[in-house]
Design a protein. Structure first.
Ligand SMILES: *[C@@H]1O[C@H](CO)[C@@H](O)[C@H](O)[C@H]1NC(C)=O
Ligand SMILES: *[C@@H]1O[C@H](CO)[C@@H](O)[C@H](O)[C@H]1NC(C)=O
Ligand SMILES: *[C@@H]1O[C@H](CO)[C@@H](O)[C@H](O)[C@H]1NC(C)=O
Ligand SMILES: *[C@@H]1O[C@H](CO)[C@@H](O)[C@H](O)[C@H]1NC(C)=O
Ligand SMILES: *[C@@H]1O[C@H](CO)[C@@H](O)[C@H](O)[C@H]1NC(C)=O
Length: 622
């Protein structure tokens, strides 16, 4: 034990000595050359990240997204140099959910101790909080006491208050808004930082519904300011949402003509919204796969207050694949000229943190790829089929319920990422299942009622949505992965076994049929948004995605050839309120507060998966 610990501390220094000056992480794959669409620069330019969820090391198994936060620091520096040389401005934006979802965040104790220092190395001009920053009391307190001061004055929280851990007073998490003028162009900007109407936060924070915040005096005054060339709304809010519609309408009621730029996220998708000819919104994906680029031209400025009446500002968007091939291309630089000292330092800091956390340690080797939605469900390559047929039946057992059959219900959203053939590392465990939820159960439920509950959870999403629907929001916590909620929230799930289950989930454009197909294209994002299908910087061939159910189920029984009469209904505790509601619809009279108990104390889904991998996936012969 002592030996292990000191070994872990020595490792980072070894790593510095042996590694050449490389950008990206040493184990990351080199990106491949691909046809690219260029950026169009404007008076004002933006780089945007959202929902990074701790993936600051980039994707170590996917070349298209293999740049790390250090490479992004260099990219932002080089882009800023380029903008300033052209007399233009560049702003860097992040819209939250920086935490939870990757070993670099989740595997330290306490969580996130390496992330704060790495994040702050990027000069971020405006940032906001996501829902993941607010699930736990100590996470939001780290935001208040560390992240907000690290980005002094740039962190905005228009609708979030927090109970201060020391004074116990309710205070804004960060300033409500900010007015500033850009350095080169003298563009006068009023900026806000919102979170969608989130309700599952810990009780130490207060999220005011957006629709109420925009009626407050400070907001009303801010939008009545006449000395404004651009309203900038950053937020952890989908760009197509009732919340952003409300903000857009409120500003337009007072300022019919002022340009508005929104940046959003939460759904983990690339998306671009057109509200009117002078108001647009960009969402830049997830997990450090995408650096969003946005430019605006034709804005009024402090120096030149009246633009000729006939000029309408023009807005241009690009979704940049997060890799060095794209970064070199867009900056016009190469391997030698692109890296910066700051960026290389950050890459090294990430490398040291990963090695201290032993994130590359392999627990086993996956014999094949397991996908969340790239194959139909059920399927031999479906991660959900693997979970319900292999992992849950052998791993889920509570000693105090030995011999009692159980029906386990796991929501598909509890899985966050695919498993790739090859080493399943310490990092993989946190990437695939980052949540800390454990299991709970209610005993002695008739088997047919228990399966009916799963049917209800899968077939009747509208019942469940309505029950969560404080004001018709589409951003209620979902059971399925967020990428899927974005596209199916308004559709019925009961055609999920029909013939046309291929869905272009991430807005996949059928490039094949639009005549752009080149045989050597790399599969990847082919985004379709309000401006068309030319937003991605990299021209990819499309990937098909298939719908998955909200929940999967596994029957765990000593005698699998017999249908049990009664079962323990076991579920992930995060979905208890959904299960309770579905139980009511199934005609069961259960008081979950009174009748449910912890199943397998102190065990999470992540633990189950990791233990199963250690037992079953040998690396021999790989
Ligand atoms: C919050 O508390 C939990 C439980 O004590 C701990 O595991 C986690 O690391 C803490 N998180 C942070 C951000 O401090
Ligand atoms: C990079 O790291 C080195 C070594 O720790 C340090 O001396 C240098 O000041 C850092 N450079 C920047 C730009 O942060
Ligand atoms: C859910 O929202 C919709 C749209 O605002 C509304 O019509 C409906 O009544 C709401 N349902 C519930 C149960 O509140
Ligand atoms: C399992 O169930 C089947 C079908 O009811 C029954 O025939 C068999 O005897 C059972 N096996 C055991 C070991 O109980
Ligand atoms: C996984 O390993 C466990 C423990 O060795 C074993 O009982 C189980 O059958 C294995 N599962 C599969 C699918 O091989």
């Amino acid at each position: 034990m002592i030996y292990n610990r000191s070994y872990a501390q020595v490792l980072p220094f070894l790593a510095i000595l042996v590694s050449p000056i490389l950008a990206l992480q040493p184990s990351a794959p080199e990106p491949s050359a691909a046809p690219l669409r260029d950026l169009k620069w404007g008076q004002l330019n933006f780089l945007h990240t959202t929902d990074t969820h701790g993936w600051l090391a980039g994707h170590l198994q996917e070349p298209s997204y293999s740049a790390d936060w250090g490479d992004y620091v260099s990219f932002a520096i080089r882009m800023r140099e380029k903008a300033e040389a052209q007399g233009q401005d560049l702003l860097v934006i992040d819209t939250g959910d920086r935490v939870e979802g990757n070993g670099l965040y989740d595997s330290s104790e306490p969580k996130g101790i390496y992330i704060s220092e790495i994040l702050r190395q990027q000069r971020i001009d405006l940032l906001s909080a996501g829902n993941h920053e607010l699930y736990k009391q100590n996470t939001s307190e780290v935001e208040l006491l560390t992240t907000v001061p690290n980005f002094r004055g740039n962190y905005l929280a228009s609708n979030i208050d927090i109970i201060h851990p020391v004074t116990k007073e309710t205070v804004p998490l960060a300033p409500r808004f900010k007015k500033f003028t850009t350095e080169k162009q003298n563009i006068r900007i009023v900026a806000f930082g919102f979170l969608f109407d989130f309700t599952k936060n810990d009780k130490n924070t207060i999220v005011q519904p957006v629709e109420e915040t925009i009626k407050e005096d400070w907001f009303q005054e801010a939008i009545r300011d006449k000395e404004v060339d651009l309203f900038l709304v950053v937020g952890h809010v989908p760009v197509h949402s009732k919340e952003y519609d409300a903000i857009f309408k409120e500003i337009r009621t007072i300022r019919w003509d002022t340009p508005i730029q929104f940046f959003g996220g939460h759904y983990h998708i690339r998306d671009f919204a057109r509200y009117d000819s002078k108001a647009f919104g960009l969402a830049s994906g997830r997990f450090m796969e995408t650096i969003g680029f946005m430019s605006i031209d034709g804005l009024s400025t402090r120096k030149q207050q009246m633009k000729p009446a006939w000029t309408t500002p023009s807005f241009h968007r690009r979704y940049i694949d997060n890799n060095l091939y794209s970064f070199h291309h867009h900056t016009g630089l190469d391997k030698e000229t692109f890296p910066t000292e700051q960026g290389l330092n950050v890459s090294r800091l990430i490398q040291q943190s990963r090695s201290t956390l032993q994130l590359d340690k392999a627990h086993g080797c996956a014999p094949r790829d397991l996908w969340m939605s790239r194959v139909k469900y059920p399927h031999d390559n479906s991660i959900y089929t693997w979970l319900e047929r292999q992992v849950l039946p052998t791993s889920l057992k509570d000693e105090s319920r030995a011999g009692k059959p159980a029906l386990a219900v796991v929501n598909t959203g509890a899985i966050r990422f695919d498993i790739f053939e090859g080493p399943f590392t310490q990092d993989s465990a946190f990437i695939v299942s980052p949540f800390t939820s454990g299991f709970r159960y209610v005993r002695n439920i008739p088997y047919e009622k228990a399966t009916l509950i799963v049917d209800i959870l899968n077939k009747q999403p509208q019942i469940l949505t309505d029950a969560y629907n404080r004001s018709g929001t589409t951003t209620t916590p979902g059971l399925a992965p967020p990428e899927q909620s974005a596209f199916f929230h308004d559709r019925s799930f009961d055609d999920s076994h029909g013939p046309d289950t291929t869905n272009h989930l991430t807005g996949q454009a059928p490039l094949l049929s639009s005549g752009h197909f080149k045989p050597d294209l790399i599969p990847g994002y082919t985004t379709v948004d309000d401006e068309g299908s030319d937003g991605d910087d990299t021209i990819h061939s499309p990937i098909s995605f298939y719908r998955v159910p909200n929940c999967i189920q596994a029957l765990i029984s000593p005698n699998i050839s017999a249908v049990p009469e009664m079962v323990d209904l076991v579920y992930i505790d995060f979905i208890e309120s959904y299960v309770a509601l579905a139980a009511k619809f199934a005609g069961l009279d259960i008081d979950f507060m009174r009748d449910s108990n912890v199943y397998m104390p102190t065990t999470t889904l992540t633990d189950l998966i990791l233990d199963w991998v250690k037992d079953n996936w040998s690396c021999k012969g790989m």
